[in-house]
Write a protein that binds this ligand. Structure first.
Ligand SMILES: [Zn+2]
Length: 696
C-alpha cells in the first residue's frame, strides 16, 4: 500500500513538472476543441485531477474572498462555471472507465474517488460560501432574475440547506452523525443482499431433475457446478441462472425451492436485513425531521417534477386501480392455458406463473429474435435513426475522420442544424470489446453552456454492445437493440439540442423523474409500421419487412401488460409506504410489506417472502421515494407521444414544439412547466393505459 502511494507520488511529481504536455491542461488543438484522445495517456489523468481540483478550489476561494457584496453573478453563476478543467477530465475519465477501461484506470479511480469526495465536501460544507449564497437567496425577489437564474439560485440554496448548512451547531453534529450511520447501514444492507444471494445453491445430481431445461441452461448448470467443485448441476440466485430455471423447469418442487430462496433473501438467518431496514427508515425519518420536512418522501421529492408525496400517491393509485382487472385477467388467462395443458394443482403460485406464462407466450406470440434480425442491418438502422432526426427536426449528421477517438471502432459525426450551423459532435461506439462494460448508455465529454458570451457546443456520445460485422456477415441487430439505439439516441438529442447558459442546468441535467422522457419517447417509433417500412429490408434479398412480423412485434410488446404494470407499481407503492412513515412500525418487515401490498393482490402471498429485505434500489441505491419515477417517465412519454399519434408521427410542428419546449430547455425551468408548455396539460395516465392496451 505504502509503496503504491509512493509510486503514485513520484508519477505526480514527474508530471506536474512538465504540465505543458498534459492534454487536459492545455487548449485542445483538435477540430472543435474536441478531447485529444490521440494525446491522452493513462499517466495524464492523476496530475490532471490534481490540477483540476486545485483550480476549482482556487475559484471557490476567490468567490469567498471577493470584497464586493454577494450578487447572483459573483457568487451563484461563478460557482456554476467553476472547475472547468476538472469537469473536462471527469468527462473523459469516467466515460472511458465504462467504455474503454483497464487495470491502471481502475487503480486511478480508487485514488481519485476520495479526492473528489474531499472536494465536494470542501464546497458543500463551506460555511463562508453558504453565507454568500444565503445572502443572495434572501434578496432573490428584488434581483430581477430570469427564470433559469432563479432556478439555479434556488437549487444551490436547497443543496446547501439539505446538506445541513442552515442548522445550529448542535443539530449539525446530529445531522452528520445520522448521515454517517445511514451510509453505513446502506452499505451493510447491500452487503447482506449480496451475501444472501451468494449463500444459496440449488444442487442437482439426478438428471431427471433437469426436465424441461433447454440445452444451454443445462450446460450453464454444469459449468456453475464445476466452478463450485460440485458434481452434477448447480443453479444460483443470480439472474442469468435463476431466471431461465424458473421459466423452463417442469419440476414444480424445484421451481418452488429456488423461487422461495430468491424471495426470502436476507429475511432472517445469517444475512438478515430486517433490523437494518428499520434502522434505515428510522434514520431517514430523523434526517427529514431535522431538516424541517414532514416525511422522508417530502424531502426526497422536493426537487423532482412530482414535487410531493400526495402527487406520487395519487399517481400510483390512478394507475394501479384501473390496471388491477387487467392483471387478474392476465393471471386467469395463463391459468386457463396451464389447466388445458395439464396443470392440476390446488393453488396457482408465483413459481407456477413464471413457468406457464412463458409456455403461453411461446404458444400465442411465437416470435424469434432471429427471424427479425435480417431486416435490421446496423448501417441501415444508423441511417434510419439519423433519418428520423432529419425528418422530425431537419438536422443532419456528417461523418468526420479528423476528430481523435479513443478506439478505432468509434465514429464521430458533426451534427448540423437546419440552417447548416454547427450543433454538436456526436460519438457513436457500437461494438462490444473486453474493455467495455455491458449494456448501452448515453454520455457526454462536454456539456453545452454559454460563458462570458461564448457558447460551448456539446460533445455527446452513445455506447452500445451490438453484434460486430464479420468478413461475410454485416452487423445485424435485433429489434430490441434497435429500440435501445433509439432510446440512447433520444438522450443524445437532449444533449445535442441543449441551449442554456448555466452548465448545471443544460442538456440532460434535469430531475430524475423527467430525464427518461426524451429517450423513452423515441422507442415508440420502433413499433410504428410507417417508420419500420421506410427502412427495414432484408439484407440479402432487399425484400421489405412482412406486415405480419410487425404485427407480432407489437402484440408481443403488450403481452401480460396488466400484470407487469401492477408488479412495477407494487414496488413504487411499497417504496412510498416506507418513506411516508412518521415512525418505525412495530410489526416485522415482512408483516408490514404484506399488509401494504394486500391492498392490491394479484398472486397469493407466500409466508416469509418479502422484497423489502433485498430492495436495494430504495435501501442502498438512489431510488428511495423514487421508484415511481420509472412509471412516471412511461406516462410522460406515452402522453407526449400521443400528440405525435394524433398529428402524425413525422409531424414537424409537433417535433419543433418538442425541441423548443423540452429538448432545448434542459433543467432551466421547472419540468412540470416545460411539460405543460409542450403538451398543454399535465401528464395524463390514460395515454399509458391506452398504449399498453389496458382499455376496455
Ligand atoms: Zn435512459
Amino acid at each position: 500500500m505504502t509503496r503504491k502511494l509512493l509510486i503514485a507520488g513520484l508519477v505526480l511529481a514527474l508530471f506536474s513538472s512538465c504540465k505543458m504536455e498534459n492534454p487536459f491542461l492545455t487548449e485542445s488543438t483538435a477540430p472543435f476543441g474536441a478531447p485529444q484522445f490521440d494525446k491522452i495517456k493513462t499517466e495524464h489523468y492523476l496530475p490532471a485531477f490534481e490540477a483540476g481540483i486545485a483550480e476549482a478550489k482556487a475559484e471557490i476561494d476567490a468567490i469567498i474572498a471577493n470584497q464586493e457584496e454577494p450578487t447572483f453573478e459573483n457568487t451563484i453563476a461563478a460557482m456554476d462555471y467553476a472547475g472547468k478543467t476538472l469537469s473536462n477530465v471527469v468527462g473523459v475519465f469516467f466515460n472511458l472507465m465504462e467504455a474503454h477501461t483497464n487495470d491502471e484506470m481502475q487503480q486511478i479511480a480508487e485514488q481519485v474517488s476520495p479526492m473528489l469526495t474531499e472536494y465536494s465536501m470542501y464546497v458543500s460544507l463551506n460555511s463562508a460560501l453558504f453565507e454568500r449564497v444565503k445572502a443572495v437567496y434572501e434578496k432573490r425577489n428584488e434581483l430581477g432574475l430570469a427564470p433559469d437564474q432563479m432556478k439555479l439560485l434556488e437549487d444551490n440554496y436547497k443543496d446547501f440547506v439539505n446538506g445541513g448548512a442552515n442548522l445550529s451547531d448542535e443539530d449539525k453534529a446530529l445531522y452528520s452523525k445520522w448521515s454517517e450511520e445511514l451510509s453505513l447501514a446502506s452499505l451493510a444492507f447491500s452487503k447482506n443482499v449480496l451475501a444472501a444471494t451468494n449463500a444459496y445453491t440449488l444442487h442437482i445430481t439426478d438428471s431427471a431433475d433437469l426436465a424441461g431445461l433447454p440445452e444451454y441452461v443445462r450446460t450453464m448448470g454444469a459449468e456453475t457446478a464445476a466452478e463450485k467443485g460440485l458434481e452434477g448441476w448447480a443453479y444460483t440466485l443470480h439472474y442469468p441462472s435463476y431466471s431461465p430455471f424458473l421459466k423452463y423447469s417442469t419440476v414444480r418442487d424445484l421451481r418452488k425451492q429456488i423461487w422461495t430462496a430468491y424471495n426470502t433473501r436476507a429475511v432472517g438467518g445469517e444475512n438478515d436485513n430486517s433490523d437494518i431496514v428499520k434502522q434505515i427508515i428510522d434514520l431517514r425519518i430523523k434526517i427529514a425531521g431535522i431538516l424541517g420536512y414532514d416525511t422522508y418522501a417530502d424531502y426526497a421529492l422536493e426537487g423532482r417534477m412530482a414535487k410531493d408525496k400526495n402527487t406520487v400517491n395519487e399517481f400510483i393509485k390512478n394507475l394501479i386501480e384501473p390496471s388491477m382487472a387487467f392483471a387478474r385477467k392476465d393471471v386467469a388467462d395463463v391459468l386457463a392455458y396451464a389447466k388445458k395443458n395439464g396443470f392440476d394443482e390446488k393453488e396457482f403460485m408465483p413459481w407456477d406463473f413464471s413457468y406457464w406464462s412463458e409456455r403461453y407466450q411461446e404458444a400465442e406470440y411465437s416470435l424469434s429474435a432471429e427471424e427479425l434480425k435480417p431486416y435490421f442491418q446496423l448501417e441501415n438502422c444508423i441511417d434510419a435513426v439519423f433519418g428520423l432526426a432529419n425528418r422530425l427536426y431537419g438536422i443532419t449528421f456528417h461523418e468526420l475522420d479528423n476528430v481523435p477517438v479513443y478506439h478505432e471502432d468509434v465514429k464521430v459525426y458533426e451534427v448540423k442544424d437546419v440552417d447548416g450551423s454547427h450543433l454538436a459532435l456526436f460519438y457513436a461506439d457500437f461494438f462490444p470489446r473486453a474493455s467495455k462494460r455491458g449494456g448501452a448508455w448515453m454520455t457526454e465529454f462536454r456539456g453545452q453552456c454559454i460563458e462570458n458570451g461564448v457558447e460551448y457546443r456539446p460533445f455527446i456520445s452513445i455506447v452500445c454492445n451490438f453484434t460486430k460485422p464479420t468478413a461475410d456477415t454485416p452487423s445485424l441487430i435485433t429489434h430490441d437493440e434497435l429500440t435501445t439505439f433509439l432510446h440512447e439516441f433520444g438522450h443524445a438529442l437532449h444533449g445535442i439540442f441543449a441551449k442554456g447558459r448555466y452548465p448545471s442546468l443544460t442538456g440532460t441535467n434535469v430531475s430524475r423523474d423527467f430525464v427518461e422522457l426524451p429517450s423513452q419517447i423515441m422507442e415508440n417509433w420502433a413499433f410504428e409500421p410507417e417508420y419500420l417500412n421506410s427502412f427495414a429490408k432484408h439484407y440479402q434479398t432487399g425484400e421489405p419487412i412482412p406486415a405480419e412480423l410487425i404485427e407480432k412485434v407489437v402484440a408481443a410488446k403488450n403481452y401480460l401488460a396488466g400484470y407487469g404494470q401492477v408488479r412495477q407499481l407494487h414496488f413504487g407503492y411499497l417504496d412510498m409506504a416506507w418513506h411516508t412513515l412518521k415512525e418505525v412500525p412495530s410489526e416485522s418487515v415482512v408483516e408490514f410489506e404484506q399488509k401494504v401490498l394486500s391492498k392490491y393482490p394479484v398472486m397469493p402471498a407466500v409466508e416469509n417472502a418479502a422484497f423489502s429485505n433485498s430492495f436495494s434500489h430504495i435501501f442502498s441505491g438512489g431510488y428511495s421515494a423514487g421508484y415511481y419515477s420509472y412509471k412516471w417517465a412511461e406516462v410522460l412519454e406515452a402522453d407526449a407521444f400521443s400528440l405525435f399519434k394524433e398529428k402524425g408521427i413525422f409531424n414537424t410542428d409537433v417535433a419543433t414544439s418538442f425541441r423548443k419546449n423540452i429538448l432545448e430547455m434542459g433543467g432551466s425551468v421547472d419540468e412540470s412547466v416545460i411539460y405543460r408548455n409542450f403538451r398543454g396539460h399535465d401528464p395524463a395516465p390514460e395515454a399509458l393505459m391506452e398504449k399498453l392496451g389496458l382499455v376496455k
